[in-house]
Write a protein that binds this ligand. Structure first.
Ligand SMILES: Nc1ncnc2c1ncn2[C@@H]1O[C@H](COP(=O)(O)OP(=O)(O)OP(=O)(O)O)[C@@H](O)[C@H]1O
Length: 257
C-alpha cells in the first residue's frame, strides 16, 4: 500500500472533524473520497499533507511514517495536492506557475542562484522543459505565456494540476477538481486524470460529481460526520444502503432548508 491511514481523529475545539478513520490506498489506484458537505474530506487531505496535525492516529506513505512531517518535506517525499479554491499566482504566466511547482526539485543553493552558475542555468532549463511537457499533458500548450488570471476557469483548474505534477509526486491529491466545470471540461478532466494514472501516479480525489467519481475511481470511501460510512468499488458504494440514506438525507435537508 502506498498510503495507510490508521485510526486518524481530528478535533477542532469541540468539533470532531474526523473520528478513527482507517483506510489505505494501493499503488497506481484512483481512490475516491466522497461524502456530504462538512463530512471531513478536506480535513483528511490536510492531515495527509500535515497542514494540520491529527489529534491521534498515524499516517504512513511508502512504508514511512509521515505524521508530523513538515508540509514541504511531505512534498519532497512525493505527495502533492491541489486545493478546492484555486491557488495560482494570478499575474504569472502558465509556464511560470508550473515552474514554481517544480522548484522543490531544484538542488542549487542561494549562492549559485545569485551568480547564475552553469549548473543552475542547466537546472532551470530542465525545469522549463518539464513545465512545457506538463502544460502539453494538461492541454495548455497554446497558453504558455498567458497570465493565469486570463485563463478560463477550467483551464486554471488544469494548470493547478500541472503545477502539482511539477513536483514529481508519487501520490497526487485532487480536491474537487471538477468544481465549476461544464460537461465538456469534466470529460477532458476525466481523460487527464486517467493519463496521470497511466504515468504510475496514485491519485486520491475528493469530488462531488458522482457520475465522474463512479466512472473514474477504482475504489471509494464514504465519510459522513467525520466517520467512515462505507468503502468499496463504485458498484458496491452505489448499492450500499447506508450510503444511499446519507445522500438522500442530505438532499432532503437541503430541500427543507
Ligand atoms: N480549521 C478549522 N477550524 C475549525 N473547524 C474546522 C476547520 N477545518 C474544518 N473544520 C470543521 O470540520 C468539519 C469538516 O470539514 P471539512 O472541510 O473537512 O469537510 P468536507 O467534507 O471537506 O466538506 P465540503 O464538501 O463542504 O468541502 C466541518 O464541521 C468544518 O467546519
Amino acid at each position: 500500500m502506498v498510503l495507510e491511514i490508521k485510526n486518524i481523529s481530528k478535533n477542532f475545539g469541540g468539533i470532531s472533524a474526523l473520528t478513527n478513520v482507517t483506510f489505505s490506498v494501493g499503488e497506481g489506484e484512483i481512490f475516491g473520497l466522497i461524502g456530504p458537505n462538512g463530512a471531513g474530506k478536506t480535513t483528511m487531505f490536510n492531515m495527509i499533507t500535515n497542514l494540520f496535525s491529527p489529534t491521534s492516529g498515524e499516517i504512513t506513505f511508502a512504508d514511512e511514517t509521515v505524521t508530523g512531517v513538515k508540509p514541504h518535506l511531505i512534498t519532497e517525499k512525493g505527495i502533492c495536492r491541489t486545493f478546492q479554491n484555486i491557488r495560482l499566482f494570478p499575474q504569472m504566466t502558465s509556464l511560470e506557475n508550473v515552474m514554481v511547482g517544480g522548484h522543490c526539485r531544484i538542488k542549487s543553493g542561494v549562492f549559485s542562484s545569485v551568480i547564475r552558475t552553469k549548473a543552475q542555468r542547466n537546472e532551470e532549463g530542465r525545469l522549463r522543459e518539464t513545465a512545457k511537457e506538463l502544460l502539453e499533458l494538461v492541454g495548455l500548450s497554446d497558453e504558455i505565456k498567458t497570465a493565469a488570471e486570463n485563463l478560463a476557469y477550467g483551464q486554471q483548474r488544469r494548470l493547478e494540476i500541472a503545477r502539482a505534477l511539477a513536483s514529481n509526486p508519487k501520490l497526487l491529491l485532487l480536491d474537487e477538481p471538477a468544481a465549476g466545470m461544464n460537461e465538456t471540461e469534466t470529460a477532458s478532466l476525466f481523460d487527464l486524470i486517467k493519463k496521470i494514472q497511466a504515468r504510475g501516479i496514485t491519485i486520491l480525489i475528493i469530488e462531488h460529481d458522482m457520475p465522474l467519481v463512479m466512472k473514474l475511481c477504482d475504489r471509494i470511501m464514504v465519510l459522513n460526520f467525520g466517520k467512515k460510512l462505507a468503502e468499496g468499488t463504485p458498484l458496491e458504494i452505489q448499492n450500499n444502503q447506508a450510503v444511499i440514506e446519507a445522500y438522500l438525507g442530505s438532499e432532503e435537508d437541503e430541500e427543507s432548508a
